[in-house]
Structure formats: C-alpha cells, structure tokens
Write a new protein. Sequence first.
Length: 475
Amino acid sequence: MRTGTLIVLIVTCLTGCTVGPDYVRPEVEPPDTWRIDYTSAADVANTRWWEQFGDPVLDELVETALRENLDVRVAAARVDQFIGALGATRSQLYPQIGYGADASRSRASRVGQPPLPPGADPYFSLYQASLGASWQIDLFGRVRRLSEAAQAQVYASEEAQRGVVLSLVSAVATSYIALRALDRQLEIAQATANNFSETARLFDLRFNAGIIAKTEVMQITSQKQQALAAIPAFEQGIASVENLISTLLGRNPGPIPRGKTIDQLAAPLIPEGLPSTLLERRPDILQAEQVVVAANANIGATRALYYPSFSITGLLGSVSTAFGDFLSSQATAATAVAGVSGPLFTFGGIKGQVESAEAQDLQARLFYQQTILNAFRETNDALTGSQLKLSEYELQAERVAALREFARLSKLRFDKGVSGYLEVLVAENELFAAELASVGLLADRYTQLVNVYQAMGGGWVDIAASMVPETQEFN
C-alpha cells in the first residue's frame, strides 16, 4: 500500500515537470515619441475610420470586401486548421481508448506443425472483440510543450487573419481614393481637350479670314492633341483600379459604383498613440511574438526526447472459437502492460533536433525584433508623410489658383490684342499640368492618412474583423 502511494506521488510530481525554457518576451526599446507630433491627434484608433471620409459608397465597398474577399476567407480557414491541430495535440495528454472486433474462418494444414490428428476437422472459426486503452504519461512535459506551441500557432493565425483584414480595408480605401482621383483627372483632361477644341475651331475661322497666321493654328492644335492623348491613359488607369477593387470584393472584374468626388471627401482625424502601443496594436507584431512563443516551446519538446517515455496499455476482450461461447466468462481475455523506453545512442539525432529548434527560436526572435523596427519605421513614415503631403497639397492648390488667374488674365489680354496667343498657351498648359498634379497630391494626402491607420493598427481591426461572417464555406 505504501509502495503504491509512493509511486502515485512520484508520478504526480514528475508530471508537473516541464523541460525547456519558459517564454519571456524579448526586450525592445521603442522610441519615446514619433518624429511628427500632431497637436490635433485624436484617440480614434478604435473606430471605423473609413467612415470619416463621409462616403457611403466607400463604406459599402469595405463591408462587401469583408464579407466576400477570398483572402479573408482563406485566413479564417487557416485559423480553423490550427485549432484542429491544437485539439489533436492536446488529446495526447489523455488516455486513448479504442475498440476492435473481427470474425474469421480458417482451415488448418493436416501436414503442418503440429500435424492434425486423424479425423480432426481442419476448419475452425475464431471470434474476437476487445476494448483497449493506452496512455503515454507526459512526465517531462513534451506534450505540454507541443500543446503550448500549437496554442501559439492558433494565436498567430488569428493575428494573421487580423493582418489580412487590416490590409484589406486599407487596400479598398486607397484603391477607391485612387479611382476617384483618376475620375477627376479624366474630367480635367476632357474639359481641357474640349476647351482647346473650341479654341481651335475659332482659330480655324480666323485663319480662313486671314486674321491670324497658320503657326497659331498649329499651336492650339498641338495643345488639343496633347490633352486628348492624356485621356486614354486615365481611362486605362480607371479600368485597372476598378478591376483591382473587384478582386478585393471577391468578384470578377467589372465597374465600381461611385460616391462623392475626391474634392468632397473629408480627411480622417489622425489617431494618437505612443510607439510602445504598437506592441499591442499591430497584428504583424503580435503574430511574430506568437511565432517566438511556439519556437520557444518547441525547444522544450525536443529536449524532452532525451528523457524516458512511460506508457500504460490495457486490453479487455473476449476470444472464442464458438460464437455461443463468445460472451461467456470463459472467453474473457485481458492484458495490462506498463512500459518505459528511452534513447541510449542516437549518434547526434536528438542533439540535432534540439540545435535546430534553438536556431528556429533565434530566427523567430530576430524576426520579431525586425518586425517591430519595421513597424516603427512605417508609422514614422506615415505620420511624416501625412503632414508633409498636406503642406505640399496646400501649396499646390495655391499654385493652381494663381495659374487659373494667370490664364484668365492672359485670355483677356489676347482678346484685347495686347498680347499674342503664346502667352495664353503657356498659361493654360501650365494650368492643365498643375490641376492634374493637385488631384494627385490630394489623393496622396488621403492615402497617407490611410497608411497612418494601417501602420498604427488599433481596435478598429477587431471591429472590422467582427464584420467578417463566421461561416467561411466556399459557395
């Protein structure tokens, strides 16, 4: 009795042992502040920031993408895959119970060893059924370490899904901004071409009346053709962006509905946050950390291979050559086995696995640190870009206003005969290029604001992820 109690106590103590290092988060040194400090920063990182643009069409596109995008559905399926793997790994902590049954009809050899007695029936039946159980006792924590690694992989896959959601929402928003910018640039090119076409028509009349020279007609014709030549490029760009958005929506290429013009969109507020908050916000950082957790646990799982493995196997069943005796007590058969096995000479086999696991852990830690550095860089770039693009756009807007006035005054001087048409031509040519550039800078400014939300992460990712349907079956 005392011996049995002692064995139970020893097994209980050993079961609490786990080989390998416990996880400790790698140390990082985030910068104290960002290079750009927004005085109007707001804590809006946990809101649906895309709704701040004030365009219901954009809101609908984002919601559709979250429902239908195939990358999101693949990421959700990958989470389910790792959840299944976790369940399979954890099952090894418990006894495995199974059953078996079979019935056979055989003929024995009359001249075999031993030979059948004369007159004996060579044919016989055999009925067997059993209920078995086996349990490999996790004394040194190998299965617990494997379960820890599998759990970390589940968390990592969930963060990967959040990362896909983050990238998807950002891609839909930036693509829509680019689409509305191209729409506006196409309008400018078409309006400029129509204006030059009307001017060219008037110049043809003046030339036919002998009022102006052929050179002036060629000048305006050249400008008209330049504006017309820009139109196909914008149309091609619009088609390409529409196809991209269609793909993000999980659809075949096709037209995309429009809402507000790019000039009517409202600029979202800048979210506030310290560099250290990125460690808790960014899905890629959280995913990289879970990879470190899994790699750290795998070290313990491989080191446990050095230690013996204890197992208990039991079998209870019935064996009979006559079906009528199959369930009788005389046909009962039972087996109980306790075993121990362990390595003696592996010629570096286990050592190689341990070294490989330690190298993978080092890689994961270095990648984690590199991911954090990239996150700080991307956030700094986005914050800096959002502020400087605003300044650049405002300056360009002032230049467009000045050129528009310059073109108006030049046209008046030409109509009064004070100056030649070359002055008008220069003014309108510069205005055309400046208006196109102004629209591009406005789109860049909005894109930089989207990049800020993408770089800083935040609770909005969870809000967007909650909009993804739970059922991810492919229809």
